[in-house]
Write a protein that binds this ligand. Structure first.
Ligand SMILES: [Zn+2]
Length: 295
């Protein structure tokens, strides 16, 4: 039986060889090529690669390629989505910032236009001192956002926190929104170098004098000395700011009060303990107003 098959194979080989001899050298006969390609490719290589017997390698390769492609597209989609998120985040921040500055500028403008129409408003003969407007965000503890309808008095305070700057005290008011430890604020803070920060619009109430927030404006003053006396820079800015505010609302130095005058709190300490210093301060305001008006 084996011998027979050998013979047949030999015979076939002989035939093929004789045909090959007639064909041009270096080229396969179409027959042999057909013979080779008639064996399925999968069968030729399956013994080495196929992890799942019976499955054609081609389809596995194709599937792998498809999976790779799917993975690539998924990665690409994720990256694009991430970029999109970053873009949205940036855009939101930008819109928020510009909206905020727009609202702030409007608030400041509306403060003045409101006062323009108020019956109280008079032509202000006193020049406005340099004021940095850095408003607090509206919150329960330091900027209630309530309309201030009239202004009868201007209150002077001290921060009761020796050596702290105007910026730090503004930060303290802003921080109350988070801590909620108490309600406190003022329209203006004057630093020990004389800088003035406005943190509440004049059209709104501050939390400064119990029972008088609805008809007054408050000014906090920073200080360096232990007795609570203001530095000359703070003092001079205070005189200018008080004069200008009196001009805005048609008030006189008599309408300027210490926190102490409404409730008895020892604020501003030095000007409570030294009555004559307070009288001098009011005199200085009068004098400044007279001089400015006659200029
Ligand atoms: Zn006070």
């Amino acid at each position: 039986m084996q011998q027979k098959t050998h013979k047949r194979q030999n015979r076939q080989r002989g035939e093929l060889q004789s045909r090959a001899n007639t064909a041009p050298a270096g080229r396969q006969t179409p027959d042999r090529r057909r013979q080779q390609s008639s064996i399925p490719k999968a069968e030729r290589t399956s013994a080495k690669i196929t992890p799942y017997p019976g499955r054609p390698v081609q389809s596995i390769k194709r599937r792998r390629a498809r999976r790779r492609r799917a993975l690539f597209y998924r990665g690409l989609a994720l990256a694009l989505f991430f970029l999109f998120l970053v873009g949205i985040f940036q855009l939101t921040g930008l819109v928020y910032r510009s909206a905020r500055s727009w609202i702030q500028s409007r608030e400041v403008n509306s403060t003045w236009s409101k006062n323009d129409t108020a019956a109280q408003k008079v032509e202000n003969p006193f020049s406005k001192p340099d004021i940095t407007v850095d408003l607090l965000d509206v919150n329960r503890y330091s900027r209630p956002g309530t309309d201030l309808k009239k202004v009868k008095n201007i209150f002077v305070h001290y921060t009761a926190n020796q050596g702290t700057s105007a910026e730090q005290n503004r930060g303290y008011f802003a921080n109350l929104a988070e801590t909620g430890e108490r309600s406190a604020s003022a329209h203006f803070i004057i630093g020990y170098n004389g800088e003035i920060i406005q943190c509440i619009p004049l059209s709104e109430e501050a939390y400064a004098v119990k029972g008088r927030n609805d008809d007054s404006i408050s000014i906090e003053c920073c200080y360096l000395s232990e007795d609570g006396a203001f530095t000359s820079s703070t003092y001079n800015s205070l005189i200018e700011l008080l004069s200008w505010l009196c001009g805005e609302y048609g008030l006189t130095p008599e309408d300027i009060l210490r926190h102490y005058d409404a409730g008895g709190k020892k604020c501003p300490l030095y000007y409570v303990e030294n009555e004559e210093a307070w009288d001098k301060l009011l005199e200085d305001v009068s004098q400044y107003m007279e001089e400015s008006a006659s200029e």
